[in-house]
Every structure is written in structure tokens, then in C-alpha cells.
Design a protein around this ligand. Structure first.
Ligand code: CP
Ligand code: NVA
Length: 303
């Protein structure tokens, strides 16, 4: 049985298989074909945090492939103290063919892997956001025609999205740079695991955004305060004030560099208003691609 808890779960061949399936299904979809690869299958999504893209893209993907989708908040599912988490997982597994979870703790995803008996997908945890990073390389390859040898510069907090981007870059031979203030860089334990798994991964940590973006093909950012860190919002806004992606920073990157953001964006904080709506911003095709990637992932996991 296949799961996607983080990009450590996949081999590089599997990453490529998922991307190829996503591309094929997107191409078919754009020609009006919706092959019912998941006819009769049921997706259950249980989320501890809000979501627009993840929830709707997985739901739309399953429906376009001929299946159906159930959504519950963690409270509705009884995960907030009503029932033992392993028991919830086992019951949900009995009704579902695939489960997408959005959690605080990565360990809740592991509990579902152990107890549900069904394929489990991480739809974002405090540690990782693998479906986002897979979508992002799909989008990069669509835009540039390739990904290997390209440089992705991530500006901001060394969070779940940053970690997943480093992993996908390591899989695909992309260079990854990050600019984050001291104390907000990628954690050492994670970097140790990356170096062990991908000895040839090319990545550099900077504190200066200008240094990180020099010779970048993609400039990427994410919110400074992630879901669950709302109380640190103001403090982080002060710490990160020199880390905004704006036209001055974009001017330091390659002439054909593009801007990406997983969204939701806080316009005027991590990204300036003019960059979000700039012709070099590909954030909306990137958001749409969440659905195409979800279809590729279902096709890879379930057929
Ligand atoms: N990018 C992303 O995961 O968006 P949502 O939080 O809206 O799902
Ligand atoms: N780092 C952000 C990503 C949102 C898609 C968060 O975890 O809230």
C-alpha cells in the first residue's frame, strides 16, 4: 500500500511517475476527457486546520475521476478528545479508499497509516506539505520545460513548505537556496536527514534575500506565521520585515525568473501587492495545478 506522509516516502522514480501521470491527466482534461479512473471510490478528508486549495482540489480531483468525497473537521471526526485516534482511523478506513489529512502533529498522520488500513496522504502538517511541493515542480516544468539544474530560492520561514521544497529539489536535481533570519532557518535534524538521504543535494542557507535569489529561476515565499502560529504574527512581521518579495528583490534574480507562492498570501507582508499581480507571478496556475497533481497522485496510488 502506498502512502504520502512526506517526500522522504517516495523514490525519485516515484516522484517522476506521479508528475507524469499528473501531466497526462491534465492534458486529457484540457482536451475534454475525464477518464473515470476512480469510479466508485471514496475519498475522506479530515482537517484540523482551514484550507481552500487542498480541500477543494482533492475533492474536485476525486469527482473528476468518477469517485466521491467526504469532508470532516477534526472536531466532527471526534479527534478532539471524543475517541482514541487509532480507533477513528480504523473506522474511517472501513468507509474510505483513500484518506487525506491536514494536521498539526505529523504523528497523527502516522497513526492513520498504522491503523486505517488505507492509503494516507499528508495534506499539510506542521512538518511537511508534500502535495504542494510536487505541484510546484509540476508548475515549474510546465513554465520552463524542465526542472533539473534550475535554482529555486525560498525567502522566508524555514517551515513545512520550505522543507518539502528542499526535498523535491533534492529528488529532481534542482538547486535550493533559502534566506531566513537567524532562528527561522531549516532545522538541523531535518538537514541531517536530507544530507543522509540525498548526499548530492545542492542547498545553501543565507540570511540575505539578495544573496539567495542571485541566479534564481524561481523566487518562492510563504506566510511568515503559519497556521497555529497566529499569536506570533506581529512579532514575526517585525523579524521578517526585510524578507518581503517585491520588485527590487525580483530584479536581483535571473531576467526570466518567476514568482511562486503556495497561497494563501498576505499581500503587503511576505509579498508586495505588485508582485502578486505581476505577469511574472505564476501563483494562480500553481494553485490550479494542485488539482492536477491530486489526480496524478490518486492515479499512482489507487489504480
Ligand atoms: N496551499 C495550500 O495548501 O492552500 P490551502 O491552505 O488553502 O489548502
Ligand atoms: N506554511 C503555511 C502553508 C499554508 C498552505 C501554513 O502551514 O500555514
Amino acid at each position: 500500500m502506498k502512502h504520502l506522509t512526506s517526500l522522504f516516502d517516495l523514490t525519485t522514480v516515484e516522484v517522476r511517475e506521479i508528475l507524469n501521470l499528473a501531466k497526462e491527466l491534465k492534458d486529457a482534461w484540457s482536451h475534454g476527457h475525464r477518464e473515470p479512473l476512480c469510479r466508485g471510490l471514496v475519498l475522506t478528508q479530515i482537517f484540523e486546520k482551514p484550507s481552500l486549495r487542498t480541500r477543494v482540489s482533492f475533492e474536485a480531483a476525486m469527482m473528476q475521476l468518477g469517485g466521491s468525497a467526504i469532508f470532516m473537521s477534526a472536531r466532527e471526526a471526534g479527534l478532539e478528545g471524543r475517541e482514541h485516534h487509532g480507533d477513528v482511523a480504523r473506522v474511517v478506513g472501513g468507509y474510505s479508499d483513500v484518506i487525506v489529512l491536514r494536521t498539526f502533529a505529523q504523528s497523527l498522520i502516522e497513526t492513520f497509516v498504522e491503523s486505517s488500513g488505507k492509503p494516507v496522504i499528508n495534506g499539510l502538517s506542521d512538518d511537511f506539505h508534500p502535495c504542494q511541493a510536487l505541484t510546484d515542480v509540476l508548475t515549474i516544468e510546465e513554465h520552463f520545460g524542465d526542472s533539473e539544474g534550475r535554482t529555486l530560492a525560498y525567502i522566508g520561514d524555514g517551515n513545512n513548505v520550505a522543507k518539502s521544497l528542499l526535498l523535491v529539489c533534492a529528488h529532481l536535481g534542482m538547486r535550493f537556496t533559502i534566506a531566513a533570519p537567524e532562528g527561522f532557518q531549516l532545522d538541523e535534524e531535518f538537514l541531517k536527514q536530507v544530507k543522509h538521504r540525498f548526499p548530492n543535494a545542492e542547498f545553501t542557507q543565507f540570511t540575505s534575500p539578495q544573496e539567495a535569489v542571485s541566479s534564481a529561476d524561481v523566487i518562492y515565499t510563504d506566510v511568515w506565521a503559519s497556521m497555529g502560529q497566529e499569536e506570533e504574527k506581529e512579532q514575526r512581521a517585525a523579524i521578517f520585515q526585510n524578507y518581503q518579495v517585491n520588485s527590487d528583490l525580483l530584479a536581483e534574480a535571473n531576467a526570466d525568473a518567476v514568482f511562486m507562492h503556495c497561497l494563501p498570501a498576505r499581500r503587503g507582508l511576505e509579498v508586495s501587492e505588485e508582485i502578486m499581480d505581476n505577469p511574472r507571478s505564476i501563483v494562480f496556475p500553481q494553485a490550479e495545478n494542485r488539482m492536477h497533481l491530486a489526480k496524478g497522485l490518486f492515479a499512482w496510488m489507487l489504480r
